[in-house]
Ligand binder design. Structure first.
Ligand code: NAP
Length: 256
């Protein structure tokens, strides 16, 4: 029997790391991707403590280099990817007038361009295969703008709109591939430390743990809803229909 894999980008820490462990608990073979190979190899050991029979492939690659998104897909061409989770991403907390354009370029390349390339190649290959799923990680900042994080939020607005739109395209065409968007709010990971460019960051106030977020992702994975989002008023995780429904259903020709 052909083996199926769950491919998770950004698996070396935070939400992606917890997701890998959750999918391992469900008996899923894994392809884990990030830049830091040492952390991925440690995660592979952790997965094998949960289930030594699982096949875990480690790919260390920098997805802020757009050409590497194509390289990654070529590398995994021989595997059957049941689920792709585009989770790798980072933020930048600064005013637009002060932002570091080199960091911003990398952020847009990773959060937006590589995600679009991987999603497109995945849809192209798997859209007619039952049981397949694509989950793209956005943010509550992909539905509301946060002061001093405008460019980061804009990348996540892109992820939300692109993923919701793709999900609706496939629904209209009655394709079996399910496409979903995850919108976490503050989650205690390396995210804030990287976004602020500081050595240490202590989370306080309302936040979820990466483990809690991974549990939410499993709820989204099991549901037929398109959006899994943290409600900013209640802090509960909600499963929703598209927040950006198509303005025109079916063919859009002549409807601009
Ligand atoms: P994290 O702990 O910093 O994890 C980010 C992951 O992405 C790491 O595995 C990192 O690994 C990988 N990554 C970063 N740059 C990469 C690159 N150039 N190429 C390949 N992989 C790269 O943060 P997290 O919170 O788990 O973030 C996961 C996702 O959740 C992101 O898309 C983030 O925007 C989103 N999110 C987070 C929060 C939050 O509060 N934590 C809220 C909303 C949305 P390497 O450094 O080893 O490459």
């Amino acid at each position: 029997m052909e083996m199926n894999y769950t491919l998770i980008t950004g698996a070396s820490s935070g939400i992606g790391h917890s997701l890998a462990l959750k999918f391992a608990e469900r008996g899923k073979n894994l392809i884990i991707v990030a830049r830091t190979e040492k952390k991925l190899l440690k995660l592979k050991e952790e997965v094998h403590v949960i289930n030594p029979k699982l096949d875990v492939r480690v790919i260390a690659i920098d997805l802020s280099l757009v050409s590497n998104a194509y390289k990654l897909f070529n590398k995994v061409e021989k595997y059957n990817i049941e689920t792709l989770i585009n989770n790798a991403g980072f933020g930048d907390f600064s005013k637009i007038s002060n932002q570091n354009l080199s960091k911003v370029e990398q952020m847009i390349s990773l959060n937006v361009t590589s995600l679009v390339i991987l999603s497109t190649l995945y849809v192209n290959k798997y859209q007619n295969i039952k049981g397949t799923q694509l989950i793209n990680v956005s943010s509550t900042g992909g539905y509301s703008i946060v002061n001093q994080a405008v460019t980061y939020c804009s990348t996540k607005f892109f992820v939300s709109a692109f993923t919701e739109g793709l999900s609706q395209e496939l629904l209209i065409e009655e394709k079996p591939l399910q496409v979903k968007v995850l919108a976490p709010n503050a989650t205690s990971t390396e995210f804030a430390r990287v976004a602020k460019g500081v050595e240490v960051f202590e989370y306080s106030g309302n936040y979820h743990t990466a483990e809690e977020m991974a549990t939410f992702v499993l709820k989204l994975y099991e549901s037929s809803k398109c959006v899994g989002r943290v409600n900013l008023d209640t802090f509960e995780f909600e499963l929703l229909n598209p927040i950006f429904p198509f303005r025109c259903q079916g063919s859009t020709e002549g409807n601009s």
